[in-house]
Design a protein around this ligand. Structure first.
Ligand SMILES: Cc1cc2nc3c(=O)[nH]c(=O)nc-3n(C[C@H](O)[C@H](O)[C@H](O)COP(=O)(O)OP(=O)(O)OC[C@H]3O[C@@H](n4cnc5c(N)ncnc54)[C@H](O)[C@@H]3O)c2cc1C
Length: 428
């Protein structure tokens, strides 16, 4: 099937109304879980309300960011945030009209930023990322998509020596979790890894054990293809409410019809809390909206992914072209995109990559599903253990999808519980 063929999912057939395992959400997390469960012998139906990878899984930066062990909720971000917020098109923004709705989440974010909580989150995040690094090769093999992975590492670029020095504490923490990296000084050392940088850039950190995928959307299609080839079923349908019954979990669909499942995996990204609420479970799930521009082939001879930590964006080789983007905007799920953010990142990228050709790009906005402690929810619902939650992966959903799928499959097949750090109960 071509990429265009995947844009139309078949509607749910009338007769297909009772299933063993139902996965809700056709993003990278739902697809990885569906494929793993199907491969483990479960009979799986995946439903997606719109099209495959309709959300953040479609246009993200494509990084398997195994070294990103430090949670966003941390004293460092609290120090940096006020300066960032002053710039309306900077790395972090909050639409004023959305501020009241965000307050409860911010309160929990602040509480999660205390040193003891940060240490625990880092430990959990590092374990999940290590498991992801171990799981991705097997998942790619299962999907026949090994050729979609690109080695080359990531080059973090700092705008000043002071910024680079300030970042060293974070690198020391990463080292304590086994992350290998190399400090680089001088424009020649940087140019050896990426020619064409602005020579004013003189400080960097190279992370070799970091990979990117050629195109996150293509990867989703490959997982879907492998899932179908193994007998999995995929249909367009929107879940509206979950109702526990003795014979199974009943999902009421948007067209009013019921769908009965012995087990349900909720992988609906930043919309997951809406379905969880139908069982009375309320999660502080927010969205951190991100933006990017994908430039056509020939935009820049990019050797590997570049990260600009002080500016909150990355530049990635994607689908033969170059994707420039990142940033965080708190504005909820419904507000229209503000593509001035994508323009601003492109302008900044041009400053650091003077030869970047910025014409002919496609802009995109996606919603990261984010919980206040920067960790996903992965585990059975306390209200009904036939429901398994797998959402809230924030900035790392692509990276962590492989480990999440493994944890979901272990629960479904052997009742092994995921680590307590990801338990839904921590918010309930
Ligand atoms: C700018 C940007 C850059 C990023 N870069 C990276 C990166 O480099 N590396 C990385 O690891 N992560 C990255 N991320 C984060 C990553 O994209 C997300 O964490 C991940 O895509 C979340 O996947 P998901 O499957 O949980 O959710 P989604 O991709 O949002 O998928 C959820 C799906 O569920 C469907 N759905 C919702 N409600 C229902 C319903 N009621 N019934 C049926 N279907 C429903 C939606 O239509 C959607 O398709 C980035 C995100 C952004 C925005």
């Amino acid at each position: 099937m071509t990429d265009e063929d995947w844009e139309q999912l078949p509607p749910l057939e009338g007769g297909l109304r009772a299933v063993q395992t139902l996965v809700i959400g056709g993003g990278i997390v739902g697809l990885a879980c569906a494929l793993r469960l199907q491969a483990a012998g479960q009979q799986v139906l995946l439903i997606e309300r719109e099209r495959l990878a309709a959300g953040a899984s479609r246009g993200n930066a494509g990084a398997l960011a195994f070294s990103d062990v430090l949670p966003l909720a941390s004293p460092g971000i609290l120090r940096q945030a006020p300066r960032w917020l002053l710039d309306p098109l900077g790395p972090l923004s909050l639409r004023p009209s959305y501020a009241p709705a965000l307050l409860p989440w911010l309160w929990q974010f602040w509480r999660a930023s205390r040193p003891a909580r940060v240490a625990a989150s880092t430990e959990a995040q590092a374990a999940l990322l290590a498991q992801s690094a171990a799981e991705w090769p097997a998942l790619l093999r299962l999907a026949g998509a090994e050729d979609q992975l690109r080695d080359g590492g990531n080059l973090h670029l700092y705008e000043s020596e002071a910024q680079w020095r300030a970042a060293q504490a974070g690198w020391t923490q990463r080292a304590a979790h086994g992350i290998a990296f190399q400090n680089l000084q001088g424009s020649d050392a940087l140019a050896a890894l990426q020619p064409g940088l602005n020579p004013a850039l003189r400080h960097g950190v190279f992370v070799p054990h970091w990979q990117t995928v050629n195109d996150p959307l293509r990867l989703c299609h490959s997982l879907a293809q492998a899932f179908l080839a193994r007998g999995g079923r995929l249909a367009r349908a929107e879940g509206q409410a979950l109702l526990p019954e003795a014979r199974g979990l009943l999902l009421r669909l948007a067209d009013g019809s019921p769908l009965l499942a012995q087990r349900v995996l909720l992988c609906a990204g930043p919309w997951s809390h809406r379905l969880a609420a139908s069982l009375g479970e309320r999660f502080p799930l927010e969205t951190e909206r991100g933006y990017n521009t994908t430039l056509p082939p020939g935009a820049f001879a990019l050797q590997r992914q570049l990260t600009f930590p002080g500016q909150g964006f990355v530049v990635t080789p994607i689908a033969g072209g170059v994707r420039v983007g990142g940033a965080v905007e708190f504005a909820g799920l419904e507000a229209a995109p503000n593509y001035a953010r994508a323009d601003a990142m492109l302008t900044r990228a041009r400053r650091y990559l003077p030869g970047l050709r910025t014409e002919g790009g496609t802009q995109w906005m996606g919603c990261r599903p984010s919980l206040p402690d920067s960790l996903p929810v992965i585990g059975p619902s306390p209200a009904d253990e036939r429901l398994f939650y797998a959402f809230g992966h924030g900035h790392l959903g692509l990276t962590q999808a492989a480990a999440t799928a493994r944890l979901a499959t272990a629960w479904a097949t052997t009742q092994v519980r995921p680590p307590a750090a990801f338990a839904p109960g921590r918010f309930l």
